[in-house]
Design a protein around this ligand. Structure first.
Ligand SMILES: [Zn+2]
Length: 511
């Protein structure tokens, strides 16, 4: 026993992990060379730039009475494996989420915007199908639409990630637990083909939940839970909306229900848990929303570790699919003495940019087309801008900043030298940044290596610098699956590029 260094005494009194020590120790003990996990929990904080973790750690201590992040603390625990991942796609150093998740889900790099399909149309076999052949149960949990890029990359095949109605149909055959948003892709009234997909899931033995209460009461080993027509609300907005708190479960609650439902089978499970709105907040340069959703993700990690205490044959991998807009806290004021004070202002922010910007006349939903972030409406008055700032952000803008926002909200361009930041969301990020100290590189994904942290049987495969395509062979081998998907070299893929660009022009509004 003395080799197990992570005794309970390892965790200090202020430790966020102390309460979870049983789970951590169980996973440490189960991580022996060559050991195979029965269960795999693959956790993705979507669009989490590496800079987010230390900022979220400070934010967590600030808003959760001194409690830090579980993820951060795991970095210092023996037998927890740490690494970085190169997430490039087949056609770009900067990946989108569907290509990123497909690289894990198939072992092959593909074009951005596609789901488990090679440029020549060859369909790849996603990891969920292979796990299912091994009689493992499959779960997808997300705060985005359940058919969004990241869950889809594990369980679907589509030339277009936007074909979410098609992706929804594919889940029927391959999943056991699907929880998140995106009811519009399942509901007969909202689907173009009027197919009652919710009814089809029910007929296949799925329990269905449309609210938090229904989910927590659901007694079923197979379940479909859809808690919003589209994405689930930002955690920050949900905290301030009684209705959303009643209707929408947290990521931790969904993860808990999913783990209980999946753990019944004789052969274990593969579960992907995605904190999706970290990415959306980064696209919107919205620091407070991003940090609150990162905390929500951390609470889901706690749930996974608690599960592991009773089920130590579980591999838990924490990672992200790409950086996004790389937020960073700047040195503020003389000798940077204002940085902490500025950052602390984020704790008082009450609403996401997504909630505030329509009141300015724009829409701050994440988008790759900066132009669409600005809706042409009447220019808001200076008083209106200040009132919104006081009410939602807890501070006032300078007169210059008010003018910038008034002009941006009414569609005036060329306010910033940066093309990406010359949009309502980009400019709002900048003027808010003057007060909270956070700067952004742009409003889109970045090429940074993502963080990887793994514990439990098989975790040793996720240390060091790894390539996204190494995940699939590692996971399939750990599931005792012998299978390799075809892949394509970048030189060969180049000739298919023009056609792919055409496709993109049809639906360019994804991220
Ligand atoms: Zn994104």
């Amino acid at each position: 026993m003395s080799q197990i260094i992570g005794r309970r005494s390892f965790f200090g009194r202020a430790s966020a992990l102390a309460a979870l020590a049983g789970g951590v120790e169980a996973l440490q003990a189960a991580e022996k060379p060559g050991a195979r996990p029965r269960n795999i929990i693959w956790m993705v904080a979507d669009g989490m730039s590496p800079s987010v973790l230390p900022m979220a750690e400070y934010f967590s201590r600030r808003v959760r009475s001194g409690k830090g992040l579980v993820w951060q603390e795991l970095l210092n625990v023996p037998r927890v494996h740490r690494g970085s991942m190169d997430m490039a796609s087949l056609d770009s150093i900067v990946t989108d989420s569907s290509s990123a998740s497909s690289s894990w889900g198939s072992g092959s790099r593909i074009f951005n915007g596609w789901v488990n399909v090679l440029p020549d149309g060859t369909k790849l076999t996603p990891i969920a199908e292979l796990a299912r052949d091994k009689r493992k149960r499959i779960g997808l949990v997300t705060t985005a639409t359940v058919t969004h890029a990241t869950p889809a990359g594990f369980a679907a095949v589509s030339r277009k990630r936007d074909d979410e109605a098609l992706i929804a149909e594919q889940y029927l055959k391959v999943t056991d637990v699907v929880l998140g948003g995106g009811r519009k892709f399942f509901d007969a009234a909202a689907r173009a083909d009027k197919r009652d997909l919710i009814g089809d899931f029910r007929k296949s033995g799925f329990g269905y939940a449309a609210s938090r209460e229904q989910l927590l009461k659901l007694k079923s080993s197979k379940m479909l839970g859809l808690f919003s027509a589209s994405h689930l609300p930002y955690t920050l907005d949900q905290r301030n909306s009684e209705t959303d708190r009643e209707l929408v479960p947290t990521l931790a609650e969904m993860s808990d229900v999913a783990l209980q439902a999946l753990s019944g089978g004789p052969n274990g499970f593969l579960l992907q848990i995605e904190g999706a709105r970290v990415d959306h907040a980064a696209h919107a340069n919205d620091a407070a929303s991003l940090l609150w959703d990162q905390l929500a993700f951390d609470e889901a990690i706690e749930v996974a570790l608690r599960f592991a205490e009773k089920h130590p044959e579980t591999l838990i991998v924490l990672t992200s699919d790409h950086g996004n807009a790389n937020p960073g806290l700047n040195g503020m004021g003389t000798e940077y003495r204002d940085s902490t004070k500025c950052f602390d202002r984020l704790a008082a922010v009450k609403s996401s940019f997504f909630a505030v910007s329509p009141r300015l006349g724009g829409t701050a939903e994440y988008t790759m087309k900066t132009d669409t972030a600005v809706a042409m409406v009447q220019k808001p008055t200076a008083e209106r801008v200040q009132e919104l700032a006081r009410q939602h952000f807890g501070f006032e803008f300078t007169p210059d900043e008010v003018e910038i926002l008034r002009n941006a909200a009414s569609g005036q361009k060329r306010l910033s030298a940066s093309k990406q930041l010359d949009s309502l969301v980009g400019l709002m990020g900048q003027v808010v940044g003057n007060h909270v100290g956070i700067g952004w590189t742009g409003t889109s994904h970045t090429s940074d290596y993502t963080l990887v942290t793994a514990l439990g049987p098989g975790a040793e495969r996720f240390g060091g610098l790894i390539r996204n395509t190494q995940v699939f062979p590692a996971l399939t081998e750990l599931m005792d699956v012998k299978f390799q998907n075809p892949s394509m070299e970048p030189e060969q893929a180049r000739k298919y590029r023009a056609a792919a660009r055409e496709q993109r022009r049809e639906r360019p509004d994804w991220a």
